[in-house]
Write a protein that binds this ligand. Sequence first.
Ligand code: UD1
Length: 423
Amino acid sequence: MEQYVIKGGVPLSGEVEIGGAKNAALAILAAAIMTDETVTIDNLPDVRDINVLLDAIAGIGAKVERIDSHTVKINGSYIDCLCVDYDSMKKIRASYYLLGALLGKYKEAEVALPGGCNIGSRPMDLHIKGFKALGANVELRNGAVAVEAKELVGTHIYLDKVSVGATINVMMAAVMADGKTTIENAAKEPHVVDVANFLNSMGANIRGAGTDVIRIVGVESLHKTDYSVIPDQIEAAATHGDILVKNVIPKHLEATSAKLLEAGCRIEEFDDAVRVSAAGPLHNTQVTTLPYPGFPTDMQPQMAVVLGIAQGTSTVTESIFENRFKYVDELTRMGADIKVESNVAIINGVDHYMSARVSAPDLRAGAALVIAGLAAEGITVIDDIHFIERGYEEFPEKLSQVGAKIEKVSTEKEIQKFTLKVS
Ligand code: UD1
């Protein structure tokens, strides 16, 4: 089993370059099959989720040509199967984007119900509501969602809850519908905008992405494009210390930057970089996760780790997913003082974390434990890093560049070797 071993207590400093946004890339890859021409997508993060989705796309017959680790060419004209099986879906929830993409293009698709990070119940009722509103028949059979329509007709759709997935999936299905579609109460996340920009570069007519009303005028077909995915908003903020985080869009990080500032960090914003430093003591603050531009739920565990060693009592309220405090028990084993009451974590700051052997419960919580390990005195070992590798490219390498002592290992002997090397 692969693990990360970390020698903590080393202040980080230097520059780190941020890769493409995983969550934008996943939807863009799915949308790329909507034309029969060849689409080139660049600035892809080289992480497990992306590779799993590319396998699922190749699995339905599309031609997937890897140019290098960050660039791929996709040609959807070879698609010969409109079903995505459970094997792909259980590994990665975002393969549900193939539902919207296939429905939009072929007016038919069958996709197994998804797996993914176990961070709470994640229904698809809003996706389904949107597809139905566009005129599709939706049936649940054998653990799969089957959608099919004679034709899709533009309409007015109100999403009862702000959902990134439903907004993107319905937007994809509507791109080639007949007439105008309006999506109200749409998600405004940067990746929703990126997917809309991508589709527009293929000839779609989407306006208003990034606001809560998206207007789409259906087009007959889409064409080829060359597109570069936006930088990741979550990976960037996960590197805490005295660090210049390069290749980011500072606006996308505003909620996180604001909270780090409140907690006593120094933040300097440049055109495409943010410098974060924490010279003095950190203070308590209150954080509530909300849809963009609110504080991202995907940054909640990492922020809690910072507040765990800030002076005073902080609260972290999770308003999006109910099961996102699974890291608390692990962090408690590292000396944190955190109590969870319903969807609020009450964090009494402690002086420092202690090293321990811990397990990553999911992707972002795993990243949070890495941060705790970097701050802890002594050697921390993190198990189940396959969760972390779903979303972070070369995590140990990037952190090492800024002075962290971290390695990926797979045996006790390697852990001992690392311990000897760093002590
Ligand atoms: C996406 C991100 C994930 C992030 C989340 C919230 C991807 C691949 N994943 O997940 O990293 O944590 O946005 O920013 O982009 N809901 C319903 N019915 C639905 C759909 C959603 O009730 O049909 C609820 C969910 O249970 C949740 C809330 O809406 O409480 C938001 O979920 P949503 O934005 O859809 O998250 P994902 O798209 O799954």
